[in-house]
Design a protein around this ligand. Structure first.
Ligand code: PRX
Length: 642
């Protein structure tokens, strides 16, 4: 990462309101129960202890889970590589499912699935165990082995969760690709992971329409020689092309599968999944997470941050195609043996009542959603939430992008004005919440509060000096944590760059300010990553899709402030000679991005320009375009060529 290109600003937001939650709601929180068990009567005491006893804290968390063989050491830290619970044997799926088969959790509901059209399916822990075993056995029969990569390109249907667990159960590595991504994005990921099998569906439902998935897979795997089988889940019952010998329907594969497939014994440090995310280059990065440490980090934060308990009904509106879904739909809740709602569709379909209806109907008590969803609903007005009592809500969470104080306040007022709003900052790479409030903390709207227990984070300048309160700097993590990524798949250098941009600490890529109370205020990305509606997109990925069009000579894509989506995408395009600008061409370019990358990456605006600002070495200065859009001073332009 080239930190010289990054600019931070001092704190511009002035927000001094502080909110306390209803003491009755938070007094028996999981975190306070843990604190009392350790002999502490306040959160501060617990935080102080954990800071000085990091390994002890994580050992406590790990001890609440089951291991096939114990660890030799809690942490083996050889900068920049950490091994957690080294020597231990485990399987995260054993802890999500098998462990509960001997307890009351067995007959409890794992998740209620609600289709967009109102279809319903209910899975108890026992029935989920059964489904996962059969799916796992079908994969084994197909020749999938420990360490093989299997790609999952599915919509939000139960099979998405079942497939992930089945793959991990046999020690294979899942790489889940968000079903909204296009065929080129899919091909790139499957190619890089060299997946043997792709699991997809005939189609999915979104906003009342059938969205096709199989054609994108057929197109993508033309470039993926590693793939020898495609499993197709029947969902939309639309006609798809099936290639004999290569493609088979899931129900056919399950018909001959055994009901039990032993859980593979994994080393704690064995990879669990590769999840691709966007960075500053044109190529997505394969973030690698492992069975042991990831399990402990996600288990602990689901319990202590989201405060999930047996009596809860939890709903996270994310998609398992992203890290939020991996950690806080699939693994975290199952590790904790809690019940959740898993909803297929858009929260405002067929109208904005859907979100509130779901909460009310299922009695959701812990809700985890995004600032964009909140701002969408806010824009529809009070009358929608006012129709639904939503009496059971006790915790409100947000994730994925900075939340502005106005949206924070509206969220609380509209959903539950006695409840804590937990603004959780973390990343694909961190695997779990890093800077976040917990339910018992005084809360400031727009602040992610403090580093979680067992985490040391700070705000630094480019030379690694801590910056004083109120000053802008880079968010860094100073010590390893169990669910940190272990690698960028096949790109060791990239992995190291996170820990070497500022020597000795992990640089997240976000600008941040700390206030006098030590609360963190995250300002957003400082690199060429765009956060549109919480989706993480690389400027260069969008640009490379644009220059794939015959008319385009050069392109630059930047994020510009958007009231609802946080950021919108604006693309600047230089045309080749012989092509002229038109609305028609702009639409064609948007279509080009849609087909390559998927609908989430489509520029909101395409403008045609004669040239782009570049450094003398030919690098596009997106920072300059951004500053100009925001009406700011363009800053140092001494390296500008034109
Ligand atoms: O910029 C930060 C933003 O999302 C980035 C990570 O994106 P991704 O890997 O897709 O993971 C999103 C879900 C964890 C971060 O670098 N971000 C995430 N949560 C917050 C946030 N920005 C501000 N406040 C948050 N709570």
């Amino acid at each position: 990462m080239d930190i010289a290109d990054w600019k931070t600003t001092d704190w511009i937001l002035k927000e001094d309101r502080v909110f306390e939650s209803d003491p009755n709601l938070v007094k028996d929180s999981n975190i306070m129960t843990y604190a009392r068990g350790k002999g502490f009567s306040t959160l501060d005491e617990l935080y102080r202890w954990a800071k000085n006893n990091l390994e002890e804290f994580w050992k406590d968390m790990a001890s609440q889970l089951e291991w096939f063989a114990p660890w030799d050491v809690v942490l083996d830290w050889k900068y920049p590589d950490a091994r957690w619970f080294d020597g231990a044997k485990c399987n995260i799926v054993y802890n999500c499912l098998d462990r509960h088969m001997h307890t009351q959790v067995r007959n409890q509901v794992a998740f209620y699935w609600e289709g967009e059209s109102g279809a319903r399916r209910i899975y108890s822990y026992a029935s989920l165990f059964d489904e996962v075993n059969r799916f796992a056995n079908a994969l084994v029969r197909m020749g999938v082995q420990k360490g093989d990569r299997v790609a999952v390109y599915l919509p939000r249907i139960p099979e998405q969760i079942i497939a992930m667990l089945a793959i991990a159960r046999i020690g294979a590595i899942h790489t889940v690709i968000y079903s909204g991504l296009g065929s080129k994005a899919l091909a790139e990921r499957v190619q890089d992971a060299e997946a043997k099998v792709v699991i997809t569906a005939d189609g999915s439902y979104y906003r009342g329409k059938v969205v096709e998935l199989k054609p994108a897979v057929d197109e993508a795997i033309r470039f993926c020689p590693s793939v020898d089988k495609i499993i197709v889940v029947r969902r939309a019952k639309n006609r798809v092309m099936m290639v004999t010998g290569r493609d088979l329907y899931l129900d056919e594969a399950l018909a001959t599968a055994d009901r039990y497939q032993p859980c593979a014994e994994m080393e704690a440090e064995d990879p669990l999944f590769i999840l691709y995310t966007s960075g500053t280059t044109g190529k997505p990065k394969g973030v690698v997470h492992v069975h042991g440490g990831y399990m402990v980090g996600v288990y602990a934060t689901t319990k202590m941050v989201l405060d999930l308990r047996k009596e809860d009904m939890y709903w996270c509106t994310a998609d398992p195609g992203w890290i939020t879904g991996h950690s806080y739909i699939v693994y975290g809740p199952l590790l904790n043996g809690v019940t959740q709602l898993f909803y297929e569709g858009a929260p405002d379909f067929p109208d904005p009542a859907r979100m509130f209806y779901n909460i009310d109907h299922y009695g959701v008590s812990v809700l985890y959603t995004t600032p964009t969803a909140i701002r969408y609903l806010m824009h529809y007005g009070e009358r929608w939430p006012a129709k639904f009592p939503m009496e059971r809500i006790r915790v409100l969470g947000t994730v994925g992008e900075p939340i502005n104080p106005e949206a924070w306040i509206w969220y609380r007022e509209a959903f539950c004005d006695r409840c804590p709003v937990i603004d959780t900052w973390w990343q694909t790479e961190t695997g779990m919440h890093i800077v976040t409030p917990v339910v018992n903390m005084p809360l400031k709207p727009g602040s992610a509060a403090r580093p979680f227990l067992g985490i040391e984070a700070d705000v630094m300048d480019a030379d690694g000096n801590p910056v004083p309160p109120g000053k802008g700097g880079f968010l860094v993590i100073k010590t390893p944590w169990p669910s940190m990524m272990r690698d960028i798949y096949k790109d060791r250098e990239k992995y190291e760059s996170y820990w070497k941009t500022i020597e000795g600490v992990y640089v997240a890529g976000d600008a941040c300010t700390k206030d006098e109370d030590g609360y963190f205020w995250i300002q957003g990305r400082v690199d060429d990553v765009i956060k549109k509606a919480g989706y993480r997109l690389g400027s260069m990925e969008i640009e490379s899709a644009l220059v794939g069009h015959e008319a385009v000579a050069e392109a630059a894509a930047i994020g510009i402030p958007d009231e609802v989506k946080g950021e919108a995408i604006k693309a600047f395009v230089v045309l080749k000679q012989g092509f002229s600008a038109s609305d028609y061409l702009a639409d064609q370019l948007k279509q080009q991005v849609r087909e390559n990358m998927g609908v989430i990456a489509v520029p909101d605006e395409v403008v045609f320009v004669d040239s782009l600002p570049k450094t003398r070495s030919g690098k596009i200065m997106r920072r300059l375009l951004k500053a100009k859009e925001a009406g700011l001073e363009v800053g140092d332009t001494s390296t500008l060529e034109e």
